[in-house]
Design a protein around this ligand. Structure first.
Ligand SMILES: *Cc1c(COP(=O)(O)O)cnc(C)c1O
Length: 415
């Protein structure tokens, strides 16, 4: 099934015309497809049947309660990077016993909450974090299951801002230090060594960086075994890319098959942390053309979504396909698609040929990952509504913010 498809020039989300959604729910609005979300998770998991595994959706890609709940119902675990994300997973009905906790800055309070909730594993990113987890666990009288996130120093061949597996990144522990750190972990009374973890970056469209990283991790697992430290799970992280324009990432079956092949003959559970790959193409951002503004060198289509709604173009110069959602009699023109925010970096697409008039709606495709999750209120803009389409039904999964919401926590000074 294709989640979003054109029928007679009109764009549909499953069986619902996007024009109906725009008219009923206003814009900007994020629109997700339940079928696409379900299909992504089930296809990813399909290749893993027969091997002990856990697919942990990376919550930061899209932390919507409805989407977490959907994945939880399908049996997913979750990769979290904050105490807030742990609270979301629990609120959404996710099982804390299937949660892995990544991130370089875990606070005392976050570690405590994770231990109280009984998470599956901490992905530890430094020696000082390891010592802190020991302290907190000792105070609570608990055992903390840990993996060390090792930095395999492989080039993920992706955008530098989303590459995490090189030596100069802040993430993980250096490969050369890993053995000594595992020996320290094994000696700590409230720490239980469970696994090895790595995550080398995001929007990776080639197989080789994943396999190179896994080779290095397996070398470490073998070295640990000779030192009497046995590893029960390997967490290969996330990072599988999606097609925004003409990228050709490995499909799930090829990717999971290649990983499992390397694990053949090993009695280890395998964990995955896909984020973008499960949600990116299951959502789009629906926006209205406010103004068409001809310029001396460029024509601008000024829309009611902006960098505060979808930050990826401004932040990474990322490409999102942009289409009209209905046929038009206008002449095609080339536009800079920009938002109302007062920043020259506020663009959604450069040099797009569109056939549009003021008041028409546009779809900004592949916006299901790192879209709403990175949205802000810059320029005092209420965040977009989110709807999830299921067949012919449209469920509002997050109401549009009101302007009053934006300053309800603020106070002026006393007179
Ligand atoms: C962001 C992140 C992921 C998910 O990355 P995707 O590219 O969205 O798959 C997985 N694991 C960790 C530790 C992350 O920080």
């Amino acid at each position: 099934m294709t989640a979003f498809s054109f029928q007679d020039g009109n764009l549909y989300a499953e069986h619902v015309a996007l024009r109906d959604i725009a008219q009923r729910h206003d814009t900007p609005t994020y629109v997700y497809s339940r079928a696409a979300l379900t299909q992504a998770f089930t296809q990813f998991s399909a290749g893993l049947q027969g091997h002990d595994h856990l697919v942990c959706f990376a919550v930061k890609a899209n932390p919507s309660l409805a989407i977490l709940n959907l994945f939880a119902r399908l049996g997913a675990g979750f990769d979290i990077v904050s105490g807030g994300e742990l609270a979301r997973v629990i609120a959404a009905g996710g099982d804390p016993a299937k949660v892995v906790f990544s991130g370089v800055g875990k606070s005392h309070r976050e570690i405590e909450a994770a231990l109280e909730a009984g998470i599956f594993c901490f992905n530890v990113e430094s020696i000082n974090e390891l010592e802190r987890i020991q302290q907190v666990a000792a105070r609570l009288g608990k055992q903390a299951p840990v993996s060390l996130r090792v930095n395999p120093n492989v080039d993920a061949k992706t955008h530098p801002y989303i590459s995490t597996g090189l030596k100069n990144n802040k993430f993980g522990v250096a490969f050369e230090d890993a053995l000594a750190l595992y020996q320290r972990a094994a000696a700590l009374p409230n720490i239980e060594v469970h696994g090895v973890d790595c995550h080398i970056g995001s929007q990776i469209t080639e197989l080789s960086p994943f396999l190179d990283a896994l080779d290095r991790v397996l070398g470490l697992v073998d070295a640990l075994a000779t030192h009497g430290i046995s590893i029960q799970h390997i967490d290969v992280g996330g990072g599988v890319g999606i097609t925004y324009s003409d990228e050709t990432p490995p499909d799930f079956a090829v990717y999971t098959q290649a990983i499992l092949q390397k694990l053949a003959g090993r009695a280890v559970k395998v964990l995955f942390e896909p984020g973008r790959a499960l949600v990116g193409n299951a959502g789009l951002l629906l926006t209205k053309v406010e103004y068409l503004k001809p310029g001396e060198t460029k024509n601008f289509a000024i829309v009611d979504a902006a960098m505060n709604d979808l930050m990826r173009p401004a932040l990474y110069d990322a490409y999102h396909r942009i289409t009209a959602i209905a046929p038009s009699n206008e002449a095609p023109q080339v536009y800079e698609v920009v938002g109302p925010v007062c920043e020259s970096g506020d663009f959604l697409g450069h040099d797009r040929t569109l056939t549009i008039a003021e008041g028409d709606y546009l779809a900004i495709h592949s916006a299901g990952a790192y879209g709403m999750s990175m949205a802000s209120n810059y320029n005092t803009r209420p965040r977009a509504a989110e709807v999830l389409v299921d067949g012919e039904q449209v469920h509002v999964i997050r109401a549009r913010e009101t302007t009053a919401d934006l300053f309800k926590l603020e106070r002026v000074l006393p007179a």
